[in-house]
Design a binder for this molecule. Structure first.
Ligand SMILES: Nc1ncnc2c1ncn2[C@@H]1O[C@H](COP(=O)(O)OP(=O)(O)OP(=O)(O)O)[C@@H](O)[C@H]1O
Ligand SMILES: Nc1nc2c(ncn2[C@@H]2O[C@H](COP(=O)(O)O)[C@@H](O)[C@H]2O)c(=O)[nH]1
Length: 212
């Protein structure tokens, strides 16, 4: 079966949530199952967790280098989260969007606000809620990649992140990974079909009207 391709600009799919609600888990699954989507790999001054790979999970940099990158205008947005700096490298995102590829972001509410200012309608914002605060704490504890003190600090900041849920276009509870994944796929499909993203439509319809 041949599928007609209509040229369009890529979109920016942003996932935010309190720490531990499931963004990384859902991002990995979505990326594995959707060829048109690429991950924006953030720079951070946080130390790598066991198993995290430089360049795949984050660009791990020290604070002087992060500050230098800010000065060079290398970030589309940046913020301090849980005591560390995080930022979205600009050049990768801009080049991917221009060739019609969609970019996935796992960033906090501060970064989302900055991207909304800078990128407008390119942005599709999804907020992921945990089923309960008890379950959130349990997920952070079971992930077993942060110290008890770090888990406690992240739980103490959860209410702050949660308070921004109404700034997002789509909101759902991540009870079951498969159901959440299906919801993200549905959002992505509908957003890809938005008329204003498909700049190739004018030419395509003109061709149709010419009898092709
Ligand atoms: N729907 C789910 N049901 C049960 N456990 C889940 C679910 N989604 C994610 N988890 C588990 O919860 C833990 C935290 O998930 P994950 O690391 O994806 O969260 P996160 O939102 O990316 O956190 P952070 O903001 O700290 O990076 C992981 O151990 C993951 O396996
Ligand atoms: N504003 C930004 N926030 C980011 C970015 N990359 C990640 N994050 C958010 O930080 C916290 C903690 O992440 P973790 O990997 O240390 O658990 C989480 O809320 C991420 O969404 C970024 O580039 N900009």
């Amino acid at each position: 079966m041949h599928f007609t391709t209509i040229a369009r600009r890529g979109l920016m799919l942003v996932l935010s949530s309190p720490s531990g609600a499931g963004k990384t888990t859902l991002s990995r699954r979505l990326l594995a199952e959707d060829e048109g989507l690429v991950m924006s790999v953030s720079a951070t001054t946080r130390k790598p967790r066991p198993g995290e790979i430089d360049g795949r999970d984050y660009l791990f940099v020290d604070e002087p280098r992060f500050v230098q990158m800010i000065g060079e205008g290398a970030f589309l947005e940046h913020a301090k989260v849980f005591g560390n700096y995080y930022g979205t490298p600009r050049s990768f995102v801009e080049s991917e969007l221009s060739i019609g590829r969609d970019v996935l972001f796992d960033i906090d509410w501060q970064g989302t606000q900055q991207l909304a200012q800078a990128m407008g309608e390119d942005l599709v914002r999804v907020f992921i809620l945990p089923p309960s605060m008890q379950e959130l704490a349990e997920r952070l504890r079971k992930r077993a990649q942060d110290s008890a003190a770090v888990v406690q600090m992240r739980m103490s900041k959860a209410a702050d992140e949660l308070s921004h849920w109404a700034e997002y276009d789509y909101v759902f509870v991540n009870d079951d990974v498969e159901v959440s994944l299906a919801r993200l796929k549905a959002i992505l499909l509908a957003e890809r079909l938005k008329r204003f993203r498909q700049h190739g439509l004018t030419q395509f319809v003109r061709h149709l009207l010419e009898g092709h």
